[in-house]
Design a protein around this ligand. Structure first.
Ligand SMILES: [Fe+2]
Length: 382
């Protein structure tokens, strides 16, 4: 028996933020990064909260790749402030951090205060990438061990997701590119994952189509609000798809690569994506496995030439490489300036971490340690 559900209520389109005007509650705990405070983006939320007479407290210590120590600080603040609403405003890091802070803070309040009510959790993304606003994933980083831990729980899924494109129109080009490639990786991995279903496929397909139609437009002209809105929707739709179907080796390896070399999550995924598609397709053995057939389906619905499975896969990979070039993303780690000696030395340890990553489990081709090592070598380039 399979199951598919969407827990989060999704408000989208221009003026979606106005949802806050109708909020019922007394105290809102806002989780945000310092840039959102400095840039004044936070005012778009706090002004609405003032209108509704909701008291608020701002926790603005979030950094990219939120560390365990920051989560602990946030939990302490929650225990002091005792909110009935938690608002995460920002990119994946802020939303991921807020999920863990909220879940652990709520659990501790249950134990220490016998407080059984869960706060309303609202996620407001300011990038179009992680889909974190509708997923149960929270990626926390152990900075000392340089490991990213993806935590998953139904409890971590936000109650409300607000997708207002006004919040993303000033996202810089490089972040638009990287986060957009994250969306594409989510959708493609969900489409071929071992847990994929007709329901997740429908969403993944739509997200892939939206990325190919609108990512470059959003990248070339950040004020193209139609492209911004469509990419924001694509990010959320891909999030729903992979929350159900899960991800694969691409993310498992990207977590390890990004953790070790401080590469942004979306960019780490982009570097790997063409190689993972090639690996999963296993065209050398030309047995046309499940993954290669599904990649061909993607090529098909993108109207790329796909008269055979092989042509479909090859053209999809080429299409993705072309997109990366247009987004100014280097197509190898060598081109990205990573030192070869340091990188090769790290390959055994990051391969081990990638093998143990939860995302790797649902990859359509079961990867051995030597396979992962081989892919990491290929990604470096000649
Ligand atoms: Fe991702």
């Amino acid at each position: 028996m399979n199951e598919f559900n969407v827990k989060s209520k999704i408000y989208f389109g221009r003026d979606a933020l106005q949802y806050i005007n109708n909020l019922k509650g007394k105290k809102a705990f806002i989780v945000i990064d310092p840039f959102m405070v400095k840039s004044g983006t936070i005012n778009s939320i706090t002004n609405l909260l003032k209108n509704t007479n909701i008291d608020f407290c701002v926790f603005s210590d979030i950094q990219s790749d939120p560390a365990i120590e920051i989560i602990n600080m946030g939990i302490k603040e929650i225990l002091k402030f005792k909110p009935d609403i938690i608002i995460a405003l920002g990119g994946g890091s802020s939303i991921d951090a807020a999920k863990s802070i909220s879940a652990f803070g709520t659990a501790l309040r249950r134990v220490y205060e016998k407080h059984t009510e869960k706060p309303l959790f609202i996620a407001i993304p300011t990038t179009s990438g992680t889909g974190s606003e509708v997923t149960g994933y929270s990626v926390i980083t152990d900075k000392k061990k340089k490991i990213k831990y993806p935590i998953y729980g139904e409890d971590l899924i936000p109650d409300v997701a607000i997708l207002d494109p006004e919040l993303i129109k000033t996202v810089p080009k490089a972040i638009t590119a990287d986060t957009g490639m994250d969306v594409l990786t989510h959708a493609i991995e969900a489409y071929v994952a071992t847990n994929a279903t007709d329901y997740s496929d429908a969403l993944a397909e739509k997200a892939i189509k939206l990325v190919f139609k609108y990512l470059l437009r959003a990248y070339n002209d950040g004020s193209d609000m139609e492209a911004r809105e469509k990419m924001h929707n694509a990010s959320c739709i891909a999030g729903i798809a992979f929350n159900s179907a899960s991800l694969g080796l691409n993310h498992g390896m990207a977590h390890a690569l990004g953790g070790e070399f401080h590469i942004s999550h979306g960019r780490a995924n982009a570097y790997l994506l063409p190689y993972i598609i090639e690996y999963n397709s296993d065209l050398e053995n030309s047995n046309y496995n499940y993954a290669s057939k599904k990649y061909r389906e993607i090529a098909n619905f993108l109207q790329l030439t796909s008269s055979t499975v092989e042509r479909g896969v090859v053209n999809l990979v080429e299409y993705i490489r072309g997109l990366m070039v247009n987004l100014n993303i280097p197509t190898s780690l060598k081109k990205a300036g990573i030192d070869k000696e340091i990188y090769y030395k790290a390959i055994p340890s990051i391969s081990k971490i990638a093998m143990e990553d939860k995302c790797t489990i649902t990859n359509p081709r079961s990867a051995k340690f030597e396979d992962v090592v081989c892919i990491f070598k290929k990604v470096y380039g000649e």
